[in-house]
Design a protein around this ligand. Structure first.
Ligand code: AMP
Ligand code: GLY
Length: 425
């Protein structure tokens, strides 16, 4: 199989690493990729929203399968664009239609979908710029903390959680009338605050059947003890102790099954991953959000636990035989720690030389934002730089191994959280 994988982060390096182990693989291209993916496949310089370049490449290289890592190309309609042309129609796309991608692209769409299918989620209402006073009134009738969400994609920054009513009203005004989040914030979803522990659940579906992948916990804040600003994710652990069989049965019955039957009953074309961000509220799951892709850095601890051949699973999906797949999961615990650039998630420098990568053979090191210079040095190329994953028989063993491996890797002003997994002991 000739595969084109779109994306350039740790998620894509982990997927590339996994796909590269498949006996069905003929050629793996990653666009645009990073210094890690270029060691296992061929990086191609394609813009993720340049659909005509993607199509041309796919035709020239006789690509059989396109796996889309991030949400943007899907929300922008890459799937529909490929399916609408005779020449590219037969390429199997792990992704979904533009309409279905609205599950991530529009908070209001996702909420309305959950309502239609009786899927547990926080109570909400949405407001546009003509409804400021109704929005303020709605806030007055809620209890703090107040949760305000820009409807559209806002690079993970569109959710505000505020303790003070006046500040919440001010933010609502800024979003609706002063374009605080640009177009993404022209509609705002206000919802009840859910008290509980978060969990990331992943499924792969062909729109009929589904496979449940290992779940994970993501560490979103920059600082130890979950302090400081939100980031793209500072580490992840899989499996998650509180996601026991009883809880996961509720997740499957109340959330996963109705989500997939909802896609089907609404005729939404979906052959891809669903990432369900949920809150465990006193033992009951509530959906916080859907994403139409895998999570990052969750993928870096989820994928190494999957023993099945990914390309074999995708082939079954293509044939409509996903039901025949039996998931085989490594029972060990995976611990991923992110090494980030000093200053992230605010201002940081790029282009720092990364040393010591070759010393490692006890952990998996997935590149999240790296590039290679003319001398063959690996350089930092973003905020989240490397994801270091280890598998262990205990959580302690897995996290200790990742921390040990990090000691061998250096770049100027490298930072990482010291407490990943501690809350789960
Ligand atoms: P989202 O971008 O929807 O993932 O939201 C970002 C983060 O805000 C989530 O990961 C949660 O930690 C938090 N959050 C979102 N919605 C709620 C809610 N209704 N109650 C409590 N926390 C929430
Ligand atoms: N780790 C959260 C995300 O990928 O959105």
């Amino acid at each position: 199989m000739k595969v084109l994988l779109l994306g350039s982060g740790g998620r894509e390096h982990a997927l590339a690493w996994k796909i590269n182990q498949s006996p069905h693989l003929e050629q793996l291209y990653i666009a645009p990729g990073n210094a890690g993916t270029m060691q296992i496949g061929t990086n191609v310089n394609l813009g993720l929203t340049d659909f005509s370049a993607i199509k041309k490449f796919a035709l020239d290289m006789k690509i059989d399968l396109i796996l889309v890592g991030p949400e943007q190309p899907l929300v922008d309609g890459l799937y529909d664009s490929l399916k609408s042309e005779d020449a590219t129609q037969s390429i199997f796309v792990v992704g979904m239609s533009k309409e279905a991608a609205q599950l991530e692209g529009s908070k209001e769409y996702a909420k309305a979908f959950m309502m239609r299918h009786n899927i547990p989620t926080a109570g909400y209402q949405s407001f546009d710029s003509s409804q400021l006073s109704q929005g303020e009134q709605f806030l007055e009738n809620l209890q703090a903390p107040f949760v305000l969400k820009a409807d559209g994609l806002a690079a993970g920054k569109g959710v505000l959680i505020m303790d003070n009513l006046d500040e919440a009203k001010k933010s609502l005004r800024e979003m609706l009338l002063e374009n605080k989040f640009g177009e993404a914030g022209q509609k705002v979803v206000i919802e009840e605050f859910l008290h509980g522990i978060e969990l990331s659940v992943f499924i792969l579906t062909d729109g009929n059947d589904y496979l449940i992948l290992p779940e994970a916990k993501d560490y979103k804040r920059i600082g130890d003890g979950d302090l400081g600003p939100n980031t793209g994710g500072m580490g992840s652990i899989s499996p998650v102790p509180f996601a026991d069989a009883e809880f996961m049965k509720k997740v499957e019955d109340q959330i996963i099954a109705p989500t997939v039957s909802g896609l089907k009953s609404e005729n939404l074309s979906y052959q891809g991953f669903v990432f369900i961000g949920l809150m465990n509220v006193g033992g009951n799951p509530f959906v916080i959000e859907y994403n139409v892709r895998l999570g990052d850095p969750e993928t870096e601890s989820v994928i190494p636990r999957i023993k099945n051949d990914l390309l074999a699973i995708f082939s079954k999906m293509k044939e409509g035989k996903l039901k025949e797949v039996k998931m085989e999961i490594d029972n060990r615990i995976a611990a991923t720690i992110m090494m980030v650039s000093g200053g992230y998630p605010d201002k940081y420098d790029k282009g720092k030389i990364i040393r010591g990568l070759e010393n490692n053979n006890s952990s998996l090191i997935f590149h999240a934002a790296t590039k290679m210079n003319e001398n063959g040095d690996t350089l930092t190329d973003g905020g989240r730089v490397l994801a270091v994953t280890s598998l262990g028989n205990t959580l302690h063993e897995a996290t200790q191994q990742s921390y040990k491996s990090i000691q061998d890797i250096q770049f100027e002003k490298a930072y990482f959280r010291k407490d990943i997994g501690k809350d789960l002991v």
